[in-house]
Each structure stands twice: as C-alpha cells, then as structure tokens.
Design a protein around this ligand. Structure first.
Ligand code: ADP
Length: 786
C-alpha cells in the first residue's frame, strides 16, 4: 500500500477526536473529522479525495462503528479504505470485536500509548502484503482492566440484537431525512434487499407509493408519544402496515422508528369477507338502504330499487326517501320521529303501505340506527309483501269458508236430528198407545194405529236412504254406471208406480215422449230415481182432478225432459230455494204434505253429475214445471259396464212354497235378541224351521247339530264379524254351497260390495221389508217355482 497521508477520525467524543487530530496533524497527516457514524458517511460522500485510512470509534449512538464498518466494507466505492477500530471496550469484548470486519483494532488507552499503536498500525498497513490481510489482535489491550458494568451492558446489547433479529415485525431506524440506518432481518425481507443495500437509502424509495409514504411520515406529529395511526401500503405481492414513531434526542427530532407488519393474509381474508358481505347485500331479496340524518339515500342494494319499481332497479343516491313513498301510510314528512329516542344499534319496526305504484304494494320496514363518525345513519329494510298479503287474504277466505262449512254442518245435523225425531216420535207414540192399552180393545183401531206407525217408520227409512244418498253424492262416492238409457221406458214405468195415487186423486197423467227419442247417456237406476222424485212431488202437490204431463224432446246435443203439473205451485220468493237441502215451502208442524225436503236437492246433484241441468218454473195456483236435461248417448258411448250385484238387482218375485216340500232350516245369527225374534216371526213356522245363534262361534256349532239350508247373519257381530264368518263358510269344502245372506244396517255401496266380496249370496239392508226377506230366502233355497 502507498503511504498514508489522509486520515478520517470518527468518534462521538469530541475531545478524543481533537486529541487524535492534533497528534496526527503534528506528525504531518491531513486529518478529516466526524463526530458520529452519519457524519462520517457525509464526509466520504462530500470529499474529492477519499481518506487513506479511517480511525473509527466502536460505540456511538445510532450508527455505531460496527454497522458503519459492515456497510463500508460492502460498498464498492469505500471497501478499499482500511478501517482501524478504536475501541474502549476491548478488554470486555475482545473476542467479538475481532469479528467486526475491520482491518485492525486498537484499544483506547492513554493518548500517548494509543498514538504509538496508531503509528505502528499505519506502518503495518503500509507494509502489508495484500489489501485483504487483517490483524487478529487488539493492540494496547494489555494495558486495560476489564469493567464489569460494561460487560453487562454489552451482554444486554447482544440480547437485544438477537431479539431484533428474531422478530416477525420489520424494524427500521431512519434518520431525519428518512435514510435507513438499521433494518432487522424481517424488515430486509419485507422491503426486499440485504441491509447493506438498504443502508443510507431513503426508506420510501423502495415503495411504489413513495409520495403517500412521505406524506404519511410528514403527518406524524413530533412528541414524546408521537405515533401516527398505521398506514397500509401495497408492496409487491404483499400488503404492509407501516407504523411510524418519531425519535427524539434530548427533545430534538433525530429520526424515526418504523415498524412493518405483513398483513397480506389478513387483508385477503378481510377482502373476501367484504366481497361476501357485498354479495349478500347485492343478492338479498329484501331492500336495504342507508339514509343520512336528512333521510337522503346514501346507499341502496338492487332489491331496494326493484321493490320501489325504479328503472333498472336502481335508487338514485342522494334523493330523499320520501320521494319514493308518496302516498304511503307512513308519517308523510319523515321516518325519523319514531326513531328520535332510539339509541345506536336499536331497531324499530315501521310498518307502512304504499300505493305509489299501479298495483298495490305493501311494504313493511324496520329501521336500525347507526351512529358513525359522520353522524347518524339509518339502515332501512323494506320488503315487498304483496304476495304474502295476497296469500294471507286467501288463507282468511279459506278459513271463512271452512267456518261457513262448519256452521252448515251443524245446521245440517240439527236439521237431520229434527227430521228423524219427528217420525220416530209418531211411531213410538202410537206403539206406546197400543202397549198401554189406551187405544182400547177394538182391533180395527189398533190396526189403524199400527198403519200410522208403519207409515211413519217407512218415512223414517226413506229419510235415512235419502240421507245416505246425499252423503254418497257429497263425499264424491256417487258411482254412476253411464250407458245408453231409453229414458221414455223409465218414465212410463215410474208413472205406472203411481197408478194407485192417480186413481185415488183422479189425476190425468200423460206421457209425451216419442218412441224415437234417442237414448240418453245416463244411469238406469238414477233415471228411475229422478222421475220417481219429480212424479211423487207432482202427484203430492196436485189436487184432485189435476193434470200431470211428462214430456221429452231433443234440444241440441242434449235431451230435455219436463214434468209439469197443474198443482198448487210455488210462491215466487221461495222458488229459488226448492233445490236446497231440507227446504220445504211449508215446513210447519201442520203442513199438509209429507216429505223430507231432500228429494230435489238429490235430484239436482245427480242430474249435474250426469252432465245435465235442472230448472223450475211455477206460479202459485197454476202449477209447476220442472225441466231437466241429459246428454245424448252418442255413437261413441261407452259400453255398459256390468254393474256389481246390489240388493236392488236381486229378483223380488214372490210365490208360495209348493205343497209337499219339507220345511227350510234357517240358521239366524244376530247378537240383537229383538232382531232374532223378529226374524223368527217373519219366517212362518209352516215353511221354516228357525235355529238361532247369538254370535259367530255359536253359529258354527249349530252346523253340527242342525245342518242349515241357509244362513242369515248380521254383518256386525262381537269377536268374529258376520263378514268373516261368511268368508269361512264360503271357503269350507263342504259348507261352501250353503247360501249366506248378510243382514246389515250398513247401507253404503262400498259396504254392500264388501259383503258380496266375501261370498255372500245376498245382502239385505236393515230395516228390510218382510216380503224381501221371504223372497230372498225362498229364492236361494230354491223353494219357489221359476
Ligand atoms: P219433499 O217433497 O220431500 O218435501 P223435495 O226436495 O222433493 O222435498 O221438494 C222440496 C219442496 O219443494 C217441497 O216441500 C215443496 O214445497 C216444493 N215442491 C217440490 N215439487 C213441487 C211441485 N211439483 N209443486 C209444488 N211444490 C213443489
């Protein structure tokens, strides 16, 4: 190395700098002085001729000798300048000092001793073989004594250095010009670069957002607790939160400590949460809007605009809410009065309806008060409840209908019980008169009383049958066997049934139904029932010598039938009700005409079910005309389905038991003793031997003692029902051929069918006519001639 001429002396102790400089100048050296690490850097930057050697103190505030050495040795401009570290802590930290990367080390002692070592080191430098050669001794250390306190402080410093190195947060120290003096490893990683690359450079120069960073640094107040709220900046693929705290040196601003936090992950999570919230608000079916204190709209989601029928579903920001709510039931001017005493976060329900739109829209809202730094805000929630309201209306209507139906059912039941009690009381009345002997011994009077009771009992039966018809029809169980029906034939048959009444009342009944009239698509039984009803009414309500005409004709695609009479007629104000259930023009106790008031109601339902209509025209005193229509049976009319056998389908012809034929043994099984006794009475002893049993098991026993010719069994029996017994008999290899007749009060079609399904040969509905029972038993036991 060439001779040393210029020396840079660096020490924060001014006395030492001056002493060293004086000695060096005295020995002919050119001397430059610096009183801390930063000044030393400045000197190097300012000078035209770099020093030939640097005498550098180790312990200095902020930028110490070690950090300056590391920087200079890594800088291509300065790395060739030899550095001699002058240290006051050589005896406490000799081992560590030697690793600092300087060229030579001298312990600070008396100035004379130090200068000897300085000059000796100069000579060594001038004479060393290579520039990279360093000395691994500290000259002059032998004259010093170690100090315990210094050793401890050095230990603490080492500990702090380790902590800084291990911290996750980046720690950067900058000077008042924001140049980096220190960056811990985390800071180097976050900023991007080794510490020698960062050292001395402006911190903000590493960021794209340089200006905002400088503004932020500038905004931080200077003071003991001068920390500004953190600044978040994007840096490469990272997001850093930067906190800046100004450092004071004896109340003078001397730089700052900057803490860098990597908040990339946190920000990413916050952003995705925010996006999620935005999506929820954007897609929410309820309308949300934020109002300011003057109730102007600050923000609104698409549903809000849609519900208020705004173009493209967008509410105009800044517009007062009331502009959208004209005509609403809401306090016209303002929403806020109901919220006046509401605290932050409190929600109040505000209900209003609005008629601003062509269709009526009902909106219910709730409002939540939010207090922000900018003042009071109201989060308003609106909902389009038009459909909900319509559904509620429908539900109310259905409920009303149900209540009406319930009331109708109660009325119907009380009417039914009244209609049943009336004939029953007559029957019981006459029977008790006879039983108590109040009629007297005259057989003719007794017979008269029994005839009345019988008539009313028949009426009761008729009523029950009509009620069952009604229940079948109303519960949708009316089974129709539609097929081509020659209606004229039925009309004539029914007229024939009334021949007795016709003669008694000297009525003229004419039938004007052409033989050529096409068939109707209808049900045989029902046509019979319809005509029976109309004609029985006509006969009933027409006085002696009156006239009844039954006619039929084609009317378009339909057939039209008329039953007209010259009877008492129906008052105009009552005519619309004659098809109502139980309705009778005269329903007083003293009424002249018997009846149930159900016939026309049933007829109307049947005709409707067959696809026709019924009407009535009438004039009091002039007569009534009932007209009904039926569809014609077209060429494509469905083939008649064979109806299941019903009691009505059973032959009813009667004849006497041929002479010489043995008595028929009839096994009667019924748990009702009176029914057993009655059945025995109905089967004359001359022709029948009756064996009785009270339940199915007793009945089966009788098979062994009195093998019967026929079994009559009640459908409902305890333990084993009559239907089950019938199934057992019919599936038995030897007994299967014995005819079984089910006797039952169950008269619904389905119940009758289930009787036939278990193999019964006949099914008689209680109460049955005695003749029907005799006919059935005789027919099934072949005791009658064909
Ligand atoms: P019912 O004849 O059993 O009373 P209907 O339902 O058949 O019941 O008839 C209801 C009412 O309509 C009768 O009570 C009667 O007041 C009136 N009505 C029916 N047919 C005639 C008719 N041909 N002439 C006068 N009134 C009639």
């Amino acid at each position: 190395m060439t001779k040393i001429r210029k020396v840079l002396v660096v020490d924060n102790n001014a006395t030492i700098v001056e002493l060293l400089s004086a000695h060096l100048a005295g020995a002919g050296y050119e001397v430059a002085k610096a009183f801390d690490g930063l000044q030393a850097l400045d000197r190097l930057v300012e000078t035209d001729t770099l020093p030939d050697v640097i005498l550098l103190d180790l312990i200095m505030p902020r930028l110490d000798g070690q950090r300056l050495t590391r920087f200079l040795k890594q800088d291509e401009l300065y790395c060739a300048i030899p550095i001699i570290i002058l240290t006051g802590i050589a005896s406490e930290d000799e081992g560590a000092i030697l690793s600092f990367g300087a060229d030579a080390y001298i312990a600070k002692g008396r100035i004379e001793d130090t200068m000897v070592n300085v000059f000796e080191t100069f000579r060594w430098l001038e004479g060393r073989a290579t520039a990279g050669e360093t000395r691994d001794v500290v000259l002059g250390v032998e004259k010093l004594f170690p100090r315990e306190m210094t050793r401890e402080l050095l230990h603490i410093k080492g500990h702090l250095d380790t902590m800084l190195a291990m911290m996750e947060e980046g720690v950067v120290e900058i000077d008042q010009d924001h140049r980096i003096l220190y960056a811990n490893p985390a800071a180097c990683r976050l900023i991007g670069g080794g510490d020698h690359q960062l050292f001395g450079k402006g911190l903000s120069s590493f960021f794209d957002t340089k200006d905002s960073l400088e503004r932020y640094f500038g905004s931080v107040p200077c003071g003991a607790t001068a920390t500004a709220p953190p600044l978040q900046v994007e840096h490469g693929h990272r997001v850093l939160r930067i906190t800046f705290s100004k450092l004071l040196d004896q109340s003078n601003y001397c730089g700052a400590l900057v803490i860098l936090n990597d908040v990339t992950e946190q920000v990413r999570r916050e952003r995705s949460l925010l996006e999620l919230m935005e999506a929820i608000v954007r897609h929410a079916p309820v309308g949300l809007c934020l109002l300011d204190a003057s109730e102007a709209i600050l923000a609104a989601n698409p549903a809000f605009g849609r519900i208020l029928r705004q173009p493209e579903g967008r509410a105009t920001l800044g517009t007062p809410l009331r502009n959208y709510l004209t005509g609403s039931g809401l306090a016209q001017e303002s929403l806020l009065p109901p919220l006046a005493d509401a605290g932050a976060g409190e929600t109040r329900n505000i209900e209003f309806t609005t008629a601003v739109f062509p269709e009526r829209i009902v909106l219910t809202t709730s409002a939540t008060v939010i207090d922000t730094a900018e003042g009071r805000r109201v989060l308003l929630l609106i909902e389009d409840v038009t459909e909900k309201a319509a559904m509620e209306r429908d539900l109310r209507r259905v409920n009303e209908e149900l209540a009406k139906a319930n009331r109708a059912k109660s009325t119907f039941l009380s009417m039914v019980s009244h209609e049943l009690r009336t004939p029953l009381s007559v029957v019981r009345g006459y029977l008790s008169l006879i039983l108590e002997g109040k009629i007297g011994p005259d057989p003719e009077r007794i017979l008269d009383a029994l005839r009345v009771a019988d008539k009313r009992a028949r009426h009761l039966q008729h009523l029950i049958e009509e009620l069952l018809d009604l229940s079948r029809i109303e519960s949708g169980r009316l089974s129709l066997h539609k097929e081509p029906v020659a209606v004229g034939k039925h009309a004539r048959e029914v007229v024939e049934m009334f021949r007795g009444d016709q003669d008694r009342k000297k009525l003229s009944i004419e039938i004007e139904i052409p033989e050529t009239l096409p068939d109707a698509l209808a049900d045989h039984d029902k046509i019979h029932q319809i005509f029976t009803n109309f004609l029985s009414n006509a006969v009933k309500f027409t006085g002696e010598g009156g006239r009844i005409v039954v006619s039929g004709r084609v009317a378009g695609s339909m057939l039209e039938f008329v039953v007209a009479d010259s009877g008492i007629g129906i008052p105009a104000d009552k005519i619309s009700r004659v098809f109502d259930k139980f309705y009778q023009v005269d329903s007083s106790d003293k009424r002249m005409y018997p009846g149930t008031g159900l016939g026309l109601a049933i007829v109307k339902m049947i005709v409707t079910a067959l696809g026709g209509t019924v009407q009535v025209e009438s004039q009091v005193g002039a007569g009534s005309t009932f007209t009904f229509t039926l569809p014609q049976a077209g060429a494509a009319a469905p083939a008649a389905a064979a109806p299941e056998p019903t009691p009505a389908a059973l032959p009813t012809a009667v004849s006497a038991l041929p002479a010489g034929v043995e008595r028929t043994r009839v096994l009667v099984i019924d748990d009702d003793l009176d029914t057993l006794a009655l059945t025995r009475l109905l089967l004359p002893e001359t022709d029948f031997e009756v064996v009785e049993a009270y339940d199915a098991f007793a009945g089966m026993r009788e098979f062994y003692f009195h093998f019967p010719d026929i079994v009559l069994v009640d459908a409902l029996l305890p333990l084993m029902s009559g239907l089950e017994l019938c199934r057992v008999i019919k599936s038995h290899p030897e007994l299967g051929s014995i005819p079984v007749v089910i006797l039952s009060a169950a008269a619904q079609e389905e119940e009758i069918r289930s009787g036939y399904r278990v193999g019964a040969n006949a099914y008689l509905v209680k109460p049955f006519r005695s003749q029907d029972l005799l006919d059935t038993v005789r027919r099934l036991t072949n005791r009658q001639p064909d």
